[in-house]
Design a protein around this ligand. Structure first.
Ligand SMILES: [Zn+2]
Length: 324
């Protein structure tokens, strides 16, 4: 997640009455105390993966730096373990060059895998995405980026595992984007120059960015303001999800907390591709060296990943129904 207007927004919030922050109400499930038994994924595996990917060994995963390359190898190792195929040319890596915020040319690498759907060759394509890059290392230390966005990467890997066992209707591309923190560069490049294998078939983006904290017990589905047809999909999942799933953060009334263009779903939105972005509200550790694994409540993360998977299943059904 990149929030370039964050500081200005905080100042604004401090000297004005709170904006209307009430999203259309979705039914909130009762969250009970105790250990939540994950229904759709391996919570032990996911927690271990989150700890590993956000450990100091990955040095904050900054685009172009050794820790980022190490993260690429780690993600590809997981994809190979799950037995999921590369999208193109027998190589998971799709390299690109792009200017960053400051106009400096950077080299990035998206990691792309595919699971073929049951509908066959001309099936719609759903891109499920999460960025793996983060801010690297600074004077304060290592920006581990557990929530931003090791959490989305791990949730996406669990989504891969789920659909390997439960074949989807549509073709699913799993995109681990690079250089999100450099201005959504990886996703912008992907949408600008779509891989031949999916050209003309791009139907949907489900983007995951910051899905582990839910300090208020809530995760947001962003996008229904732009695509109101998706409201029943989100509300349908919200009725049975193990974590409160709310709509919002996607219209001008949210002010600087309108997240419509703040993560990798933005290039899809600009290209007219329907999307849902799942993410939690800002927390005190956002873009700080304190965004670390010990801040994550394992039960909340398990509930969140299950909720992500329920949305992913619902998106697959929605896109299949739309194509009929
Ligand atoms: Zn970020």
């Amino acid at each position: 997640m990149i929030r370039t207007a964050l500081i200005a927004g905080l100042l604004l919030a401090a000297c004005s009455s709170p904006a209307t922050q009430t999203a259309p109400v979705s039914p909130s499930p009762s969250i009970q105390e105790g250990t939540y038994p994950a229904q759709y994924h391996d919570a032990t595996r996911a927690s271990a993966a989150l700890e590993t990917l956000s450990s100091d060994a990955f040095e904050g995963r900054k685009t172009g730096e050794p820790g980022n390359l190490k993260a690429q190898d780690w993600i590809i190792g997981r994809l190979e373990t799950f037995g999921v195929a590369p999208l193109q040319n027998g190589d998971y890596r799709a390299a690109f060059e792009t200017p960053d915020f400051s106009g400096r040319q950077i080299e990035g690498t998206n990691i792309l895998a595919v699971i073929d759907g049951r509908r066959g060759q001309d099936a719609p394509v759903i891109v499920m995405s999460a960025h793996y890059d983060h801010l690297g290392t600074g004077e304060d230390g290592i920006y581990n980026g557990t929530d931003d966005n090791a959490s989305g990467v791990v949730a996406l890997l669990e989504t891969v595992a789920w659909f390997q066992e439960n074949p989807p209707e549509n073709d699913l591309v799993f995109a681990f984007f690079d250089a999100e923190e450099q201005g959504l560069a990886g996703s912008a490049e992907f949408v600008r120059d779509l891989p031949d294998a999916i050209a003309g078939r791009l139907a949907f983006n489900l983007n995951l960015d910051m899905v582990s904290r839910a300090d208020k017990g809530e995760i947001f589905a962003v996008g229904t303001h732009h695509y109101p047809d998706l409201i029943p999909l989100v509300d349908g999942v919200a009725e049975r999800a193990p974590l409160k799933l709310s709509r919002g953060h996607d219209s001008p009334e949210w002010g600087d907390q309108d997240w419509s263009t703040m993560s990798d779903h933005a290039p899809f939105l600009r290209a007219g591709v329907p999307f849902i972005y799942l993410g939690v509200e800002d927390h005190a550790d956002y873009h700080k060296v304190s965004d670390t694994f010990d801040k994550v409540d394992p039960e909340t993360f398990a509930r969140s990943v299950d909720t992500v998977l329920m949305v992913a299943e619902a998106v697959d059904e929605y896109v299949a129904a739309e194509a009929n």
